[in-house]
Design a protein around this ligand. Structure first.
Ligand SMILES: N[C@@H](CCC(=O)N[C@@H](CS)C(=O)NCC(=O)O)C(=O)O
Length: 207
């Protein structure tokens, strides 16, 4: 299978999961601005124009970071990256995946596209201030839940931790110091030391 990715973008979460499971995979970088990749027009691979996109051996393409991560984890039912079907922990993990996708990941978005969205500097600054407050609120929730826990689900590291790690890594690009939440800073550090995470970061040229 092949993962279409952009270095450090949300696709890193799926990349980490593939590395954690020691799967056989290929990577192909996408130029998100021009929607191109080595294979050509990226829209022909993912009509949504976004990464991640997973080209499966069957030729099908799966999109959406949270869903790709679940699909990958389900390829190895022995793995604890996604708790077993029917257990409440599975839904807790999916609850986190949804929260990270819709409340954390998407609230980082405006900081990366504001210059394209808005020309007025005063309006931009006002928007940034309120967007930052909202984002901090969403992140603070994760921090509270990590109190006394190594990972979002407690003791077990799951796909949700890989996704949270990926999103929090964007703090440095928007002037958001994750160190203000010691639980999150410790989580970032813990996850960053995992061999699969180091491998994925190296493969994306981030280390
Ligand atoms: N709904 C998609 C959104 C993915 C997404 O926002 N990807 C960003 C990178 S983190 C991207 O490709 N942005 C460029 C674009 O959407 O045009 C998902 O959750 O996977």
């Amino acid at each position: 299978m092949k993962l279409f990715y952009k270095a450090g973008a949300c696709s890193l979460a799926a990349h980490i999961v593939m590395a954690e499971l020691n799967m056989a995979y290929e990577l192909e970088a996408v130029d998100l601005q021009n929607k191109t990749c080595i294979s050509g027009d990226f829209y022909k691979i993912n009509a949504k124009g976004s990464v991640p996109a997973l080209l499966m051996d069957s030729g099908e393409v799966l999109t959406e970071c949270a869903v790709i991560s679940q699909y990958l984890a389900d390829q190895n039912i022995e793995s604890t990256l996604l708790p077993k079907l029917g257990t409440i922990d599975r839904y807790r993990c999916l609850e986190w995946m949804n929260y990270i996708a819709t409340d954390i990941h998407k609230n980082f978005g405006p900081f990366f596209s504001l210059d394209r969205m808005m020309k007025n500097t005063e309006g931009k600054n006002e928007f940034k201030t309120s967007a930052m407050e909202l984002l901090k609120n969403k992140i603070a929730y994760a921090s509270e839940k990590l109190a006394g826990n190594d990972y979002l689900l407690g003791k077990d590291y799951t796909i949700a931790d890989a996704y949270l790690f990926t999103c929090l890594g964007w703090g440095k690009y928007i002037g958001l110091d994750i160190g203000q939440w010691p639980n999150l800073a410790a989580h970032l550090e813990r996850v960053s030391q995992r061999p699969a995470v180091l491998r994925a970061l190296k493969e994306e040229g981030l280390l």
